[in-house]
Design a protein around this ligand. Structure first.
Ligand SMILES: Nc1ncnc2c1ncn2[C@@H]1O[C@H](COP(=O)(O)OP(=O)(O)OP(=O)(O)O)[C@@H](O)[C@H]1O
Ligand SMILES: [Mg+2]
Length: 254
């Protein structure tokens, strides 16, 4: 059965999508079958792997709200061995429309169960909120990866995230655990990054991945070409970092 990993942090712009896309790409490159589910109405993972948001026949929205089978939604991405459940802005409506649905927290879990065995890893890129879409991801997953931006004090928001994970564990998904915490946009030379690292390590201990993802402009450029960092510039520092991180993820979650 595929390992389902949600990439979660309710803070915006911390590197969730960059991490989801590039972990998926590097794990796909290791000949694992990967599915990336774009659960953010912004659709940045979708466009970031070369899928035209304007040309989609079916989307995550259709799967969650209109009961379209996941197999009719899945498309190939630009990355080797990475399939995608793509999204566009329609998904913004789901947050409200699903509130009155039966078992509203379990809709994603039920929607993907027919394909869980077809993949080795399934990543879910979450929106920057702890709303119903993110709760669906937390209910469907076995592991959570939390990206934390190395340039900001982030721990206040994180206690809210941990509380939410604990509530989900108690009420909806006893199998959930934190698979790891990754420091992103890390700048070795600043005192702030060092302090954030110390704080995060104190709080999360061994959960913190050894790999530090540096701030690297190539990582920010790649999505506008619809390519993973490996396909865009495999020799960049950002590419090396996500390759190492993917190795850590596979060793930890297998
Ligand atoms: N290590 C990095 N170095 C340089 N730029 C980065 C890095 N990681 C992410 N970025 C850029 O920072 C911005 C935010 O990153 P990203 O979209 O991955 O964050 P996010 O948490 O998914 O944001 P949102 O909460 O809006 O979904 C993007 O423009 C991205 O290209
Ligand atoms: Mg994102």
């Amino acid at each position: 059965m595929g390992k389902i990993i949600a990439i979660v942090n309710q803070k915006g712009g911390v590197g969730k999508t960059t991490t989801a896309v590039n972990l998926a790409a590097f794990i796909g490159k290791k000949r694992k079958k990967v599915l990336l589910i774009d659960l953010d109405p912004q659709g940045n993972a979708t466009s970031g792997l070369g899928i035209d948001k304007g040309q989609l026949e079916n989307t995550t929205y259709d799967m969650l709200v209109n009961d379209i089978p996941v197999t009719d939604v899945i498309v190939e991405s630009s990355a080797a061995n990475v399939d995608m459940v793509p999204t566009n802005i329609n998904l913004a409506g789901a947050e409200v429309e699903l509130v009155s649905a039966m078992s509203r927290e379990q809709i994603l879990k039920n929607a993907i169960k027919d394909v869980v065995d077809d993949y080795d890893y399934i990543f879910v890129d979450c929106p920057p909120s702890l709303g119903l879409l993110t709760i669906n991801a937390l209910t469907a997953c076995e592991f959570v990866i939390v990206p934390i931006q190395g340039e900001y004090y982030a721990l206040e928001g994180l206690t809210q995230l941990i509380d939410t994970i604990n509530i989900v564990k108690k009420k909806l998904n006893p199998n959930i655990s934190i698979g790891g915490v990754v420091l992103t946009m890390f700048n070795m030379r600043t005192q702030l990054s060092k302090q954030v690292k110390e704080e995060v390590e104190e709080y999360f201990g061994k959960k913190v991945f050894k790999t530090l993802v540096p701030r690297n402009v190539r990582l920010a450029e790649a999505p506008s070409y619809g390519l993973s960092i490996y396909d865009y510039d495999k020799n960049s520092k950002g590419s090396k970092a996500y390759e190492t991180l993917a190795g850590e993820v596979i060793r930890r979650i297998k």
